[in-house]
Design a protein around this ligand. Structure first.
Ligand SMILES: [Zn+2]
Length: 183
């Protein structure tokens, strides 16, 4: 048997196959319905993918594929578009996933509400409070949207609990010098 050089194919073809083999979101492990592909944390559109015509062989693809991930639409938006947000949306989502028993659907509800509220507050130039406890008092009452007000209030309260927990665990780590190095 002679060793044949590895066959080269355009990157877009590998990505097409890659997309078909991904069944669960790389971030939240949800079964994938609409898939968002990312490269190095940035969303790459279908059109852009179709234009990736660099010829690579299987070895090249094995290296390249480490930069790619398949995300559900929700996580794609969350991780790639929400970096500059009024609220710490990603931290909040992770808190709900890890520290509460909420279902995926409920978490999504909370996150969507908080994103809307963040856009609403940011558009009115309302400053974020300086202490986590302030999220729980009525400081925002006057600024809440007039529709679904109570839903926003509930989301805000949950966010306040997350912020307080965050602050307490940060304080805990600062007291403990042996673990402070990793922060
Ligand atoms: Zn996801």
């Amino acid at each position: 048997m002679t060793v044949q050089p590895l066959k080269k194919r355009p990157l877009s073809r590998y990505l097409k196959d890659f997309k078909h083999t991904q069944t669960h979101c790389a971030q939240c492990a949800k079964l994938l319905d609409r898939i968002t592909l990312t490269r190095g944390g940035e969303i790459v559109s279908k059109t852009a993918i179709a234009q990736l015509d660099t010829l690579i062989d299987e070895n090249g693809w094995q290296v390249e594929r480490q930069s790619w991930a398949a995300l559900c639409r929700f996580c794609g938006d969350l991780y790639c578009k929400e970096q500059e947000h009024y609220f710490d949306i990603i931290g909040f989502k992770e808190y709900l996933f890890e520290q509460t028993e909420m279902s995926h659907g409920t978490i999504r509800e909370y996150v969507v509400r908080l994103r809307r509220l963040g856009n609403h507050l940011a558009s009115q130039n309302i400053p974020a409070p300086s202490t986590p406890e302030a999220w729980l008092d009525d400081a925002f009452e006057a600024w809440l949207p007039l529709t679904s007000t109570n839903n926003y209030r509930i989301a805000l309260r949950k966010y306040g609990q997350f912020q307080i927990l965050n602050k307490n665990s940060a304080a805990h780590f600062q007291e403990n010098k042996s673990t402070s190095d990793i922060y």
